[in-house]
Design a protein around this ligand. Structure first.
Ligand SMILES: Nc1ncnc2c1ncn2[C@@H]1O[C@H](COP(=O)(O)OP(=O)(O)O)[C@@H](O)[C@H]1O
Ligand SMILES: [Mg+2]
Length: 247
């Protein structure tokens, strides 16, 4: 069960305004929120409401126009590009809607990537990557390249890559947006098991109610603002033991 006094992300009066020519788009109109360590937090809302903009700010991929973002005690809004890149590498994993695997590399090599950036030796990298691919059910696909795999398989490689270096925070923007219903549940089950097993925090952007149902914390976004927040599992019985033990 999440300890709700343990805040991993703290956002104060966050605003993002895009200017295109003379046009101003207020993508985020003043967001105040806190995310608790160990939660699956869903940023939930219709297309164009500002979900991806918010996720990109939290993940240090874009700078806010104004406001404060503190992640694990660090003010990421004040960091320069180099500091941000280091911070992201050491703290964040990413799962993308379009998978973003490197097409020339095998599944195993793709999963090794975050460990290369962290300077882990080849032997250990291969071992950890193979273990993760086994967990996501791709033991017999480790030498396949992305074009030789289905969308669901590619996203499972994406999940293995996001978690392999054990980052405390994982960001996922519409991670099942290109998958069918059955595969969506497979992928969501896998991610939530991994998050819970490792005590990681998952921030997931979705417009899909079924995905939001995985959330411990649901933040409804509308027109760049928080409409409503809920903690639907706060008083529920603890989850049953997961079917497969995550590595
Ligand atoms: N780079 C950008 N330049 C200008 N406007 C943008 C940019 N990114 C997003 N927007 C605008 O900000 C609003 C929120 O977009 P976005 O965060 O992508 O919404 P969502 O992810 O909820 O669909 C939209 O009106 C969108 O057009
Ligand atoms: Mg979006």
């Amino acid at each position: 069960m999440t300890d709700r006094s343990d805040i991993i992300i703290d956002v104060k009066n966050l605003r993002k305004v895009y200017t295109i020519g003379t046009e101003r788009v207020i993508a985020l109109a003043g967001i105040d929120m806190q995310i608790h360590r160990g939660d699956i937090c869903c940023l939930f809302g219709p297309s164009g409401s500002g979900k991806s903009t918010l996720l990109n700010m939290l993940a240090g991929l874009e700078k806010p126009t104004t406001g404060e973002i503190t992640v694990a005690g660090a003010r990421i809004d004040k960091m320069n590009e180099k500091e941000l890149a280091d911070f992201r590498r050491n703290n964040f994993g990413f799962v993308f809607q379009s998978y973003n695997l490197l097409p020339a590399l095998t599944a195993l090599e793709n999963v090794e990537m975050p460990m290369i950036f962290r300077g882990i030796n080849k032997e250990l990298r291969e071992k950890q990557a193979a273990k993760m691919l086994q967990f996501v059910g791709l033991k017999d696909r480790i030498r396949h390249k992305p074009t030789q795999m289905s969308g669901g398989q590619q996203q499972r490689v994406g999940i293995a890559r996001a978690f392999v270096a054990r980052p405390p925070v994982i960001f996922a923007d519409e991670p099942t947006g290109n998958l069918d219903t059955h595969t969506t549940y497979e992928v969501m089950d896998m991610m939530s098991q991994m998050v819970k097993k490792r005590g990681a925090t998952l921030i997931i952007v979705t417009h899909d109610e079924e995905i939001a149902a995985y959330g411990d914390h649901i933040i409804k976004i509308r027109d760049g603002k928080i409409l409503e927040q809920s903690f639907p599992k706060a008083n529920a019985a603890p989850d049953a033991a997961p079917a497969a033990a995550a590595p």
